[in-house]
Design a protein around this ligand. Structure first.
Ligand code: NAP
Length: 330
């Protein structure tokens, strides 16, 4: 079969590899669609722990179950599925276990004609989605769902600011928060994306390259209950300024690195929380799929490309005009 293999630092190739063999508890999924995450590109660049050269990348994917090892899993045969990329989250909903990992490194991932996973990683595709849309969901949808609801405690009527609207996770945070009845505001570095967010119902949108402190927001709207961020850096202090008392910043990444300082005075005086989060439990994955189905949420897809374009598309994950997920059809 063909798969996207990481041969060395920066070296990825869509190439021939042996088709995986079934072992107990496993199922073989013939992939129909996969999608790119920033994580895949971090791994390609060598900026991720436990990198294994010769491994197959990819966390997100959907397909049809072609073979199962165990009698009890025969019901999955011929079913369209989306794959939960968590491996060993463990029993604690608060935090992942010590041997937690994510499909696609170091374990072989979805960027292949066939993907071998544990049978309990399979979920039916929500009825209103096709495989291309479902392939956009797993990593970004799960991360956004936990950030908003478990970590952020988002409720209807809350004011939430989602930074970097163009991001793969941020778009799910936007869609999920709207469905929850929150007042959703966004930031982006692009005026085009800002206009797009406003057309999609954002209550306000701010260009972080032009308005670094969003102070008018704080004055006119009474501030935010919640900020969802993955950029990090010194911008955290702007968020601290626009939070309501008892507000929270939930962050799932630090693309721009560490802040040089942090306004702890304002944080303790206003009873603020800075809350980290990552991916989500298996239970949250199921909840995220149910929520997507219940609210008929359709992922924002930047583009659908043939899988032959996968290797040359990695760099596009950071293109300034990208909104939503880049999906590949097999
Ligand atoms: N912990 C986890 O479980 C987890 C899961 C997924 C992702 N992540 C991490 O979260 C980060 C984003 O992931 P992703 O998949 O959403 O990546 P992505 O699709 O590449 O999105 C990155 C977005 O970040 C935004 N951005 C860049 N500089 C910014 C700034 N100064 N302020 C606000 N936004 C800024 C940009 O938004 P605009 O284009 O709108 O300007 C860009 O589109 C990455 O570091 C990734 O590794 C972590």
């Amino acid at each position: 079969m063909k798969a996207l293999v990481l041969n060395g630092p920066g070296a990825i190739e869509w190439t021939e590899v042996p088709k995986p063999q079934l072992t107990a508890g496993k199922v073989l999924v013939k992939m129909k669609a996969v999608s790119l995450n920033r994580r895949d590109d971090w791994i390609r660049e060598g900026k991720y722990p436990n990198i294994r050269y010769g491994g197959i990348l990819g966390s997100d994917g959907a397909g049809i179950v072609e073979e199962v090892a165990d009698e009890q899993d025969k019901g999955w045969l011929g079913k369209d599925v989306v794959i939960n990329p968590n491996i060993n989250w463990g029993p604690d909903p608060d935090v992942q276990s010590k041997n937690y990992s994510i499909l696609g490194m170091p374990v072989n991932g979805t960027f292949a004609e066939y993907c071998l996973v544990d049978a309990d990683r399979l979920h039916p595709i929500p009825f209103h989605l096709d495989a291309l849309q479902a392939a956009a969901l797993p990593l970004g949808g799960l991360t956004a769902f936990r950030a908003l609801f478990r970590m952020g405690g988002l409720k209807a009527g809350d004011n939430v600011l989602i930074s970097g609207f163009g991001g793969g996770v941020a778009q799910f945070a936007f869609l999920f928060a709207q469905a929850a009845g929150a007042n959703v505001y966004v930031t982006s570095g692009s005026d085009d994306k800002i206009n797009r967010a406003l057309k999609m119902g954002a209550k306000g949108a701010y260009n972080y390259k032009k308005e670094a402190n969003y102070s008018d927001l704080w004055k006119t709207r009474g501030g935010f209950n919640l900020v969802i961020d993955s950029a990090g850096g010194d911008q955290i202090n702007s968020f601290i300024k626009v939070l309501k008392p008892n507000g929270k910043i939930v962050f799932y990444g630090a693309t721009n690195g560490l802040p040089s300082k942090i306004d702890l005075y304002r944080m303790f005086w206003n009873q603020l929380t800075l809350q980290g989060t990552t991916m989500g439990s298996d239970h949250e994955f199921s909840e995220m799929l149910s929520y997507t189905g219940k609210h008929q949420i359709r992922p924002i897809i930047d583009s659908i490309r043939p899988v032959s374009r996968l290797a040359v598309s990695f760099g596009d994950i950071v293109l300034p005009n990208k909104v939503g997920k880049i999906v590949f059809q097999l």
